[in-house]
Ligand binder design. Structure first.
Ligand SMILES: [Zn+2]
Ligand SMILES: [Zn+2]
Length: 562
């Protein structure tokens, strides 16, 4: 029993949940459920870096805790196909090769990425259908359909010995979804009747009152905007995985007899997959090649492209800069950003919008027209979900810290007692029993930075990159004679990102002088150790610059003792 307290195994009548990402940030969603010594992973997502994380391409969950227990892992279950739930798979499966469960579309998206990364060959994918129940390891897992901004998303119900654990996945309660596949409210209510031991629920929009607009409302706005612009070429950017958005753009374009051109690699591949799975209704004859768009009058075509988040290499950014190979946008074009910037992307999106205006293009975005609807439930829907499921215990997931606090308050206001609600963060473990819920330990769950060219990146080099970016670098070099204790190669100062022009020449000279004095003093005192001479040079230069500017560049010293 003692070892259980230390977190090695879970006591017999408990289920343990280990949160590895997504609690405290939007992204990196990953958690592990454990019963009878066996583990099932739910989602393995990535997060996109902030602009100050220089050179970082993506951020992963810390998978060490899982890798150390790989022999006990039975499966990875995916709730839906978004990158913040599947984007880290290609790293995880190198160490943890277990069957991957999900809907056909979820697995299709995931498999495509894994194939691109050349790690898909010996993996097992197991497709599940809506409402299906599967024995996965020690768990009996039910896949409940939910509406979201990607089709075929699931909430999960784990039927366990302590009761049912419900994971909402990412969801909204859209009663008029494009494909008619609604969140299975009656099944959620039935599960609530059976007894839900723990609810883990999407907190993204927990700060927002009311209800999220139906995806269908976006179609109405697009139709109006298209009708008002029969002579203009319409270019609409959205997430390539948002198949229902793409469907609505196609529908509106077809109503106006426009031909459709796709732009962006992921848009082409996702549309192809969705058509194959009969999730997108469009004829091959409705499309024209992007290269042929120029052959049509502006009012005869509609371009659907990637890059709605301002990603610099995506189609819309290229269009905004006039860098696209196939055609250019100008005064005859209306560009619609059918999206909302993910936190951290506002600046890049703003720049793309500016550049499009510079090109003379009309730009419409969610700030001036209702051309986007969120995929996440607001407070009204969250209350409904809680009421349907009526959990004994609740942990908010999928959100920044404030979103989880608001979600916990909401659960409290629904009548759940304080002791049955836990606000957890990445790395926290909780144990669920028939009696309640308690914190059970912590595991490493920090950010795992990936630099595309250099591989793994620790916090330390990243901090150094931040310092270099903000303050520049100053290099001090000199050579001293060991015997005589004199400077034989003069002190030189080289700066990058700091000094510039004639005015700074005097400053460089004064830095050179104080450094030379400091080295000479040290040499007179008999110091011949390169390390301590380097330190003396850095300290002196640092002090002078600190006094003058109240900040310092990164100081590098290379004093050679010859
Ligand atoms: Zn998500
Ligand atoms: Zn999602």
């Amino acid at each position: 029993m003692l070892s259980a307290r230390c977190g090695h195994t879970v006591p017999k009548d408990n289920v343990r949940v280990t949160f590895l990402g997504g609690l405290g940030e939007i992204g990196r969603n990953c958690l592990a459920l454990e019963q009878d010594g066996r583990i099932v992973i739910v989602d393995a997502g990535l997060m996109f870096p902030e602009p100050t994380m220089y050179g970082v391409d993506i951020i992963l969950p810390d998978f060490r805790w899982l890798i150390e227990r790989r022999d006990r892992i039975d499966a990875i279950v995916l709730t839906h196909g978004h990158e913040d739930h599947t984007g880290a798979l290609r790293y995880l499966v190198k160490d943890v090769n277990v069957p991957i469960y999900g809907s056909a579309l979820t697995l299709g998206f995931a498999r495509h990425r894994l194939t691109e990364a050349k790690v898909a060959h010996d993996l097992t994918f197991i497709e599940v259908t809506d409402g299906e129940r599967r024995k996965i390891g020690p768990f009996d897992v039910e896949f409940i359909p939910v509406t979201h901004s990607v089709p075929s998303a699931h909430a999960l119900a784990f039927h366990t010995k302590v009761g049912i654990i419900v994971h909402s996945g990412d969801f909204k309660l859209d009663l008029t979804p494009i494909d008619g596949r609604r969140t299975d409210i009656s099944r959620l209510a039935a599960i609530g009747d059976l007894g839900v031991a723990l609810l883990l629920c999407d907190s993204t929009n927990a700060e927002e009152p009311g209800f999220t607009a139906s995806e269908r409302s976006v179609g109405g706005a697009l139709r109006r905007l298209f009708l008002e612009r029969p002579e203009r070429r319409m270019v609409v950017a959205c997430f390539a995985s948002h198949i229902h958005r793409v469907q609505q753009i196609i529908n509106v374009a077809k109503e106006q007899n426009r031909k459709i051109a796709l732009m962006g690699r992921s848009m082409e591949s996702n549309v192809k997959l969705a058509r194959k799975l009969h999730l997108l209704k469009v004829e091959t004859s409705d499309f024209v090649d992007i290269e042929d768009v120029g052959k049509f009058a502006p009012g005869e075509v509609c371009v659907i492209c990637t890059g709605s988040q301002g990603e610099p290499l995506a189609a819309l950014s290229k269009l905004s800069r006039g860098d696209a190979r196939n055609f250019k946008v100008g005064a005859d074009d209306t560009v619609i950003l059918s999206s909302h910037p993910i936190p951290g992307n506002e600046w890049s999106v703003g720049r793309v919008i500016d550049d499009l205006h510079r090109a003379g293009t009309e730009v419409i975005h969610s700030g001036n027209e209702p051309v986007h609807a969120s995929g996440h439930a607001r407070q009204g829907e969250l209350r409904t979900f809680h009421q349907l499921v009526r959990p004994r215990n609740f942990v908010p997931v999928h959100g920044e810290y404030r979103h989880m606090v608001h979600h916990a308050d909401l659960a409290l206001s629904m009548g759940l007692a304080d002791k049955h609600i836990l606000i957890c963060e990445d790395g926290d473990q909780v144990e669920v029993t028939t009696a309640g819920i308690r914190r059970a330990g912590q595991v490493p769950a920090g950010f795992h930075y990936i630099d595309g060219s250099a591989g793994d990146l620790d916090e330390r080099p990243l901090e150094e990159r931040r310092m270099l970016a903000e303050y520049g670098v100053l290099q001090i070099s000199a050579g001293v004679d060991k015997e005589n204790g004199t400077i034989i190669q003069p002190v030189r100062i080289t700066a990058r990102g700091w000094f510039e022009g004639e005015n700074d020449r005097a400053l460089i000279e004064s830095v050179t002088k104080v450094v030379r004095d400091a080295i000479e003093t040290a040499l007179r005192e008999g110091d011949r150790d390169p390390l301590s001479l380097n330190k003396a040079a850095q300290r002196t230069a640092g002090r002078l610059l600190g006094q003058k500017f109240r900040r310092q560049p990164v100081l590098l010293a290379a004093i050679v003792v010859l």
